[in-house]
Design a binder for this molecule. Structure first.
Ligand SMILES: *[C@@H]1O[C@H](CO)[C@@H](O)[C@H](O)[C@H]1NC(C)=O
Ligand SMILES: *[C@@H]1O[C@H](CO)[C@@H](O)[C@H](O)[C@H]1NC(C)=O
Ligand SMILES: *[C@@H]1O[C@H](CO)[C@@H](O)[C@H](O)[C@H]1NC(C)=O
Ligand SMILES: *[C@@H]1O[C@H](CO)[C@@H](O)[C@H](O)[C@H]1NC(C)=O
Ligand SMILES: *[C@@H]1O[C@H](CO)[C@@H](O)[C@H](O)[C@H]1NC(C)=O
Length: 470
């Protein structure tokens, strides 16, 4: 009787220990050595209770474990944890954990050529407490549109003993206005629990393929009785970098034809196209280009007076998008002469940072992620931008929250602040409407011949002065 109970117990233990690494694994095809799920760096257990820790990997040849630098197997004084070989050495467990088992457990997995380590910090506690303890939250992510993505959050909570208190963990979307809301219907949550410690709960936030609406900040909200803890992850846009080749065939051709036509013809086509709202910005742009072609020499000289057409400013979170997509498109496709500068994340000194660069540039373009700021910070940012002598063009990577309430608190009108900037919502690097709108707000770049003739002029004058010297 006793022995069969013992057998049942050990059997249950073994399935508990073996199961963890085989569920909720990452969907990958590749065979090289890698983690098969998010590696959790912090573990909690309770005195005299069952506890297991894991290193879920695949493609390895061997795994070795160390506790605070001491290699497995351990003497009783070091740790009561033992390997569970049926799980291919990915799991360690103890039937009755002790306070002395606390420490840093490191697994080192190796294949023929490489080895990698992962450390799990284990804390064995005397008894549960109410305070939620986050054990894992995914780091901020930079992902291309269309890539697969999931986030994970896991925490130790206190068991709920108050009738109306809740203990749970869930993902929420943080809207640009700072409020938390439900996830989108395309985003699914998969809740997890552990077989070793039932107070450890987790949740995957599965995006499937990332779409434009998925970018932004998410909060992992943990309730433990009446205590709440929040951790945040931001999903940033990353540029795929495959479009440089398409650009050689310039898409401006129809406009060249248009410009060649007479003014009357243009007006006729204009009235036709006006019916189509989307075409209006393109038409305005084309008309502006046509006008530029007939500009006076004085005007052309004024354009070339400044070294650059656009000063592009951004903060570190958007560096990838700006360097990968915006700058190459502006310079290579649309032939702007661009001067670029990175601003500090905090907007308090943007005015000074931008002013120090602006003398050589005809216009200012600021790329901004409103999601990284509180409404108060956003007001500071727009106040700094509004102080610039020339209204900047602001490319917004997410929706702008409603700033009216915050503005009222400091006695300002948000709309008058915003009116000093020209706002353009980022859509996609290939979205022609976005680029048309942006180019309408920026000054036209000088035409290629203009720049060339200027440099030849320079050369002539220089050689001229050289001749004079000789
Ligand atoms: C796995 O590989 C197949 C064929 O090589 C591919 O069609 C499929 O999309 C891959 N799946 C994942 C999850 O990468
Ligand atoms: C060993 O794993 C690394 C990745 O961790 C991989 O790049 C390498 O190709 C693997 N070597 C062999 C022989 O599989
Ligand atoms: C599992 O661990 C044991 C004891 O440390 C070791 O002898 C064995 O080689 C390991 N096996 C693998 C596949 O890592
Ligand atoms: C485990 O690692 C952490 C961080 O690296 C360190 O602060 C802590 O002292 C270590 N614990 C032990 C028992 O060595
Ligand atoms: C914040 O934005 C979301 C989505 O845009 C909206 O549903 C919500 O009502 C807004 N909350 C406030 C307080 O403005």
């Amino acid at each position: 009787m006793w022995s069969s109970t013992f057998l049942l117990l050990t059997a249950a233990t073994y399935t508990a220990a073996a199961g963890y690494c085989s569920v909720n694994t990452l969907a990958t095809n590749t065979t090289w050595m890698q983690f098969t799920k998010e590696p959790v760096p912090l573990e909690y257990g309770f005195e005299d209770k069952f506890k297991s820790i894991y290193c879920c990997v695949k493609g390895y040849r061997s795994i070795q474990w160390f506790k605070d630098g001491v290699a497995y197997p351990w003497s009783a004084g070091v740790s009561s944890f033992i390997l569970y070989p049926e799980a291919a050495n990915q799991t360690l467990y103890s039937q009755r954990a002790a306070r002395a088992d606390s420490g840093n457990y490191t697994c080192r997995m190796s294949n023929e050529t490489h080895s990698e380590t992962h450390t799990v910090r284990l804390e064995i506690q005397e008894k549960p407490s109410d305070e939620p303890k986050t054990m894992f939250i995914s780091k901020d992510q930079w992902v291309e549109e269309g890539m697969d993505l999931r986030l994970y959050c896991e925490a130790l909570i206190g068991r709920s003993y108050l009738a109306d208190a809740r203990s749970d963990l869930r993902w929420m979307k943080v809207w640009p206005n700072g409020t938390e809301g439900d996830l989108l219907i395309t985003q699914t949550e998969i809740k997890t629990k552990r077989d070793d410690v039932e107070d450890i709960i987790g949740s995957y936030l599965d995006f499937g393929r990332v779409a434009a609406r998925d970018y932004g900040t998410y909060a992992c909200v943990v309730h433990s009785n009446d205590l709440v803890s929040r951790s945040y992850v931001t999903v940033h846009y990353k540029y795929g970098g495959t479009s440089m080749l398409d650009w050689s065939g310039d898409s401006d051709v129809p406009w060249k034809a248009l410009v060649l036509g007479t003014v009357a013809g243009a007006l006729f086509i204009a009235s036709l196209l006006m019916l189509h709202k989307r075409c209006t910005p393109r038409l305005l742009l084309a008309l502006r280009q046509a006008r530029a072609r007939t500009s006076t020499a004085a005007h052309r000289a004024r354009v070339l007076e400044k070294e650059f057409d656009v000063l592009v400013c951004w903060t570190p979170v958007d560096a990838e998008l700006v360097r990968g997509a915006l700058l190459p498109t502006l310079t290579l496709k649309y032939k702007y002469r661009v001067h670029a500068t990175q601003l500090s994340t905090q907007p308090d000194h943007w005015y000074t940072e931008i002013m120090s660069e602006t003398a050589r540039c005809r216009s200012v373009l600021v790329v901004m992620s409103p999601a990284q700021y509180t409404p108060q910070h956003l007001l500071v940012a727009f106040r700094q931008l509004a102080a610039l002598p020339q209204p900047p063009v602001v490319v917004l990577l997410q929706d702008l929250p409603n700033l009216k309430r915050e503005a009222k608190e400091v006695g300002e009108r948000a709309c008058s602040l915003l009116r000093r900037s020209r706002l353009v919502a980022w859509r996609h690097v290939h979205d022609r409407a976005f680029w048309t709108q942006l180019r309408l707000h920026l000054p036209l770049p000088p035409r290629a011949q203009q720049v060339k003739s200027e440099t030849t002029d320079n050369k002539n004058s220089r050689s001229g002065s050289l001749t004079a010297l000789v």
